[in-house]
Design a protein around this ligand. Sequence first.
Ligand code: PGA
Ligand code: ZN
Length: 420
Amino acid sequence: EIISVTGHRRWDSRARPTVEVVVRTAAGTGRALAPAGASTGSGEAVDLRDGGDAFGGHDVTRAVAAVNGDIAAALTGMDVTGQAAVDQRLEELDGTPGFSRIGGNAAVATSMAVAHAAAAARGVPLWRHLDPAATRLPLPEIQVFGGGAHAHGRLDIQDLLVVPLAAGSFAQALDWAAEIHRSAGRWLDERGRLAGTADEGGWWPAFDSNAEALEALVAAIEGAGLTPGDQVGIAIDVAATQFGSGGTYRLAREGREYDRDGWGEVLLGWLDRFPIVSVEDPFAEDDPDGMALITKAAGDRIQIVGDDFLVTDAERVRAAAARRTANTVLIKPNQAGTLTRARAALDAAAESGLGAIVSARSGETEDVTIVHLAVGWGSGGFKVGSSTRGERTAKWNEMLRVEEELGTAARYAGRAGLAP
Ligand code: PGA
Ligand code: ZN
């Protein structure tokens, strides 16, 4: 039984306030922090912010107050192991489709804290609480270069990531990513192209074109003594909603504009030239025809991932499966607002033959809930940002702890973590 629910104002990795929720029971306490996106889809649960001048309008005193007021009153006395009932209560309490009243940030932190409290009450890690039989470690996508909304548009593509397909374990996957990160930094430094680091800790490079960034990533993989393609694949998050709308795509870096078909040709050209195994949001959220075009052309050999396009929504996932506009869904709990809703999107993907990648946001904290969801829900993929920065290493290190705890039972998904 839930004894108390309290909300607290904490900080995230972009120096913005965020919501922490603590759920207490007689048998154990759970704690969770809400993350925040920068390149958000319009269909996401509302990240409730105060507005005004302080912290760029990003303060969360209203969301924290909602936790300490309505949410605490509604959840106190409920069964902490009844996640679905708790999440249902949050939806009823809010009364809007997107949690615009209590805040998706208040809702998701509460929902995650309840899950942690339930696991603590049973005395097991959250991943084991979710699935006692889980043994699979997901295939990680690890950022090397950041761009888009996370690097002031210095690159049109938002994320260039590596996928350690042939690593023997999650631990080795991280070893490889760290060597590639170092190698990429060296490559940029030697050419005077190092401009800083992006929001998720990847290098922020001064490239002249998106293709040059892909070339540099291949060089960085080789520079780390690894084979691009066979051992390490490339994933990109195009985050095209940021530079495309109405079927038109404007590349600021290259000063070029494309229509849907033209942009599709650019993307397919990259797929021919580079060992790309996964492409996220290649077309804008308002362009299902674009998503269908690339899924038809390449969806039988690489992952086509919907992030802004699917916003962790079960209905949208089913529609995407029916119309073949993606073959994988990115799962971000705060897009959905509750764990039950996020889980429904993942289940919808499994039922429709789509893959799933559990993902962090660009604004993060030391919270490690998504590690436990990825293992306990059995997602094929896992995406957290770069090899650097504490809010990222918090997740990587937690996954290493899970791998160690599983011991000889641990199975690294490797290439099998990719859809299709
Ligand atoms: P976001 O970026 O958290 O800013 O949305 C992450 C992503 O697009 O995958
Ligand atoms: Zn994305």
